[in-house]
Design a binder for this molecule. Sequence first.
Ligand SMILES: *[C@@H]1O[C@H](CO)[C@@H](O)[C@H](O)[C@H]1NC(C)=O
Ligand SMILES: *[C@@H]1O[C@H](CO)[C@@H](O)[C@H](O)[C@H]1NC(C)=O
Length: 389
Amino acid sequence: MLLLLPLLFRGLLCHGASTVDPQVPGPHHLAAEESPSFRLIQISSFANHSWTKTQGSGWLGELQTHGWDSILATIRFLRPWSQGNFSKEELKSIQALLQLYFHSFPREVQAYASQFQFEYPFELQVSFGCLIHTGKALETFLNGAYQGLDFLSFQENSWKPFPGAGSRAENVCRVLNHYRIIKEIVQKLLSDTCPRFLAGILEAGKSELEKQVKPEAWVSKGPSPGPGRLLLVCHVSGFHPKPIWVMWMRGKQKHPGTRRGDVLPNADGTWYLRVTLDVAAGEASGLSCQVKHTSLGGQDIIIHWGGYSFFSLLICLIVIVTLVMLVIVDSSFKKQSSNQDVFSISHPAFPTGAKTQDPRNSVHQLCLAQESWIKNRLLKKWKDRLNQL
Ligand SMILES: *[C@@H]1O[C@H](CO)[C@@H](O)[C@H](O)[C@H]1NC(C)=O
Ligand SMILES: *[C@@H]1O[C@H](CO)[C@@H](O)[C@H](O)[C@H]1NC(C)=O
């Protein structure tokens, strides 16, 4: 099977040869100063002599751009620009090469499993790709892992066991190094096809990759870290690109206790980050969460840790807006109907919440008062309507 590869690859080499461009493309502004990379990931599981499963995917940095459909044996293009600037023919040659590879790889591994001392069940992982550093320097890589541990790599045109991977890896490399033509194919894919493809999709996907989406931020209380302590959580979500700066601040001072989580992906291609601070309950007031991001154009988001949460303020705002609208509706209603159906607040239908709840602050009190006033007016209005029937 492996011997078929060169035949198939001849077509690919020829396509490549006509468009060989010795110049590696210039740096792109994918995220802030991140070197763009493209990699293929292969994960193959071998349960026993007869059961194996292989998954393949393509990644531009941390964004999945390609999948491998193992039923149809075809490349799945996950983004509208996943084909880059490659022609249909070149993509077909690559697909044919991958078909042959995904077909023969598990069979060859099964055939050599006992000679290589692979013990069932086992897992093999391959990461293959290239990275363009700023300053146009190209870095290529092909690494293999056995049972999740570094096993071998492809460097300077030959297979090398990973230091510490033992005689098993040495044995595999010795066998692989006999296949000169495979090494040529791998070398060509790494140093020519990969960087050309990477440059092509970076260009094709530019508007999506460089889109600027503003974060939303809010604060909440996390599970208490202990008696008398508070866990302040600052959530920042929906931003793009990935690099972001988030800090808990006291005035203009960064709080040294700030703990930053991992930047996690949202389903829509934007990012989410959680930044926490463990403080004594008495020291929480006066703290704020500050967010800097390229999409904000220097207008940092600052959220103060205060008495009222974002939601209670939002509810209060809704109540006030509803109230204003009701007053407008009322006054126009009054103009139209001249009966003595005038609303009196002096005889509320039920006691106001503001009197019975003893709230701690005046904003709250205002909200509660408004809420019960609206309730009373509505009840009265309904009663009047019922009487009219
Ligand atoms: C091989 O592994 C698969 C999946 O775990 C299992 O369903 C199957 O029965 C196994 N076959 C043999 C011959 O052990
Ligand atoms: C695709 O774009 C890259 C960089 O812009 C270029 O080097 C390459 O020749 C183009 N075409 C193909 C078919 O690779």
